[in-house]
Write a protein that binds this ligand. Structure first.
Ligand SMILES: C[S@@+](CC[C@H](N)C(=O)[O-])C[C@H]1O[C@@H](n2cnc3c(N)ncnc32)[C@H](O)[C@@H]1O
Length: 441
């Protein structure tokens, strides 16, 4: 295994095709990548993410190249190669190298070796006829936007003016945005330390820095010492929104519930910028361990409890909260650029089921809020069904709830065509929904 990092392309292609196949069976890309040995993982991840962002086009091309659907493993290898060859502006390898390495990959696999001639024929035909094939494929929404059709139609309905911008952003890589732990140092101080160490960054928002060159976290100066955390700029809005409102009220130490807290990104941010005590709940005990790890690294303290937020009888001590952050489970349709597998994993029916769960959680937690207390409801979704529709329905029947000025749905934004950092990087963030509700006295 000594030379794994320099594994030949054919081997990386085989691993990527296997990973794609596992995602298509329902596993998340993160789960699948965890199984790959660490020296090979970054290379396979780069290939897999590239493929997932072009999978609709690759599937459409394959239908045109093969009269009958090939067996699943053959289909996965062909889709991998086609996705890597079909976008002229973003080629990772010269097309002829890619084709010969894909055929080598098939020959070296017991499962695929009999299909090597077929794979060779499909890919050579693609190289010869690609202009016509691509033109024809692009007439289909799936191939043009690389999202399932139901997803595209939903965006067209929710955002008649902006649906194309959202889909374009979803298909671009996201920048590496970090949040500075301002309990420990200012944004400018960390920016200077990084610059002196040859890690240039650009400030974004009030607490963020975007690294010009993304790095694994353990290589980021100060990360292990708790000077910063990885957090998208859109996610950094949560703690700021609560702080802006809470600081208008004369309360000693805020008592805040973070109802869906793991892995603790927003819990930590609240503790970094406010004088507050936080109860951080999450239903998933393994993810609760992550909250504790993060708090420890950052030098912060909260009470962390594993529980179903809706089972208030089980975990609530009957003391009302000044504020509740409900970062509810959702489709994650706003963070597709960081997780290109999400669009292929979700089913249309998931959206209504998630929206119902979000409504139930809102109903269960509302009674725990003190009079004039604040509840920040958020999701990392851009579907109206998982944001504004949930809140509107809640406000219609809850006469004790008022909505304060709120961002609503933030749609994902990119600063450059390929997600590179530019001077106006301040506008670059994932998709989110935020609604700030207040309990009337
Ligand atoms: C969007 S993530 C939260 C991200 C977190 N707020 C942060 O900023 O790091 C949603 C979380 O809700 C948790 N969750 C789902 N259903 C829950 C429930 N009924 N009660 C408590 N937590 C729940 C999931 O385990 C998941 O960790």
């Amino acid at each position: 295994m000594s030379n794994e990092k320099n594994a030949p392309l054919w081997q990386q292609l085989l691993l990527t095709a296997q990973a794609l196949s596992d995602v298509q069976k329902g596993q998340s890309a993160n789960q699948v990548l965890e199984k790959i040995s660490s020296p090979l993982r970054p290379g396979v991840q780069a290939l897999l993410f590239h493929v997932l962002r072009r999978l609709g086009l690759a599937q459409t091309l394959l239908k045109k190249l093969a009269k009958q659907s090939p067996q699943k493993p053959v289909e996965a290898l062909l889709c991998t190669a086609l996705a890597l060859a079909c976008d002229e502006k973003a080629l990772m390898y010269p097309p002829h190298t890619l084709v010969s390495q894909t055929v080598d990959a098939a020959k070296k696999s017991r499962l695929l070796k009999n299909s090597a001639p077929f794979i060779n024929a499909c890919l050579r035909r693609f190289l010869l006829e690609q202009d016509a094939l691509l033109k024809e494929a692009h007439t289909l929404l799936l191939a043009q936007w690389n999202h399932p059709e139901w997803w595209i139609h939903q965006h067209q309905k929710d955002y008649p003016e902006q649906w194309q911008d959202i889909l374009l952003a979803n298909n671009s890589p996201a920048p590496m945005t970090l949040r500075v732990n301002t309990k420990r140092m200012t944004v400018n101080e960390l920016l200077k330390i990084w610059l002196d160490a040859g890690m240039p960054s650009t400030p974004v928002g009030e607490f963020g820095l975007v690294l010009h060159q993304p790095l694994p976290v353990h290589q980021i100066l100060g990360f292990l010492d708790g000077l910063c955390s990885v957090q998208d700029l859109g996610a950094q809005r949560a703690a700021s929104l609560l702080k802006e409102q809470l600081h208008q009220k004369p309360i000693k130490k805020w008592r805040i519930l973070d109802a869906c807290a793991a892995p603790g990104g927003k819990t930590a941010h609240l503790l970094e910028i406010m004088d507050c005590e936080v109860l951080a709940l999450d239903i998933d005990d393994r993810r609760c361990l992550k909250i504790n790890e993060n708090l420890q690294r950052l030098g912060l303290q909260a009470k962390v409890v594993t529980a179903d937020a809706q089972d208030t009888d089980v975990w609530w001590d009957r003391k009302l909260f000044d504020a509740i952050l409900l970062d509810a489970p959702c489709s994650a349709s706003g963070i597709v650029r960081r997780h290109p597998d999400i669009r292929w994993l979700r089913r249309e029916s998931d959206i209504a089921a998630l929206a119902q769960q979000q409504s139930r959680m809102l109903e269960s937690l509302w009674p725990l809020l003190a009079p004039s207390g604040l509840l920040l409801f958020c999701t990392c979704s851009v579907f109206h069904a998982e944001g504004q529709d949930v809140v509107q329905a809640f406000l219609t029947h809850n006469t004790q709830a008022a909505i304060l000025p709120s961002p609503g749905h933030l749609i994902p934004k990119i600063t450059g065509a390929r997600g590179e950092v530019q001077d106006n990087a301040i506008s670059d963030h994932d998709g989110f929904f935020y609604a700030l509700l207040q309990k009337t006295d």
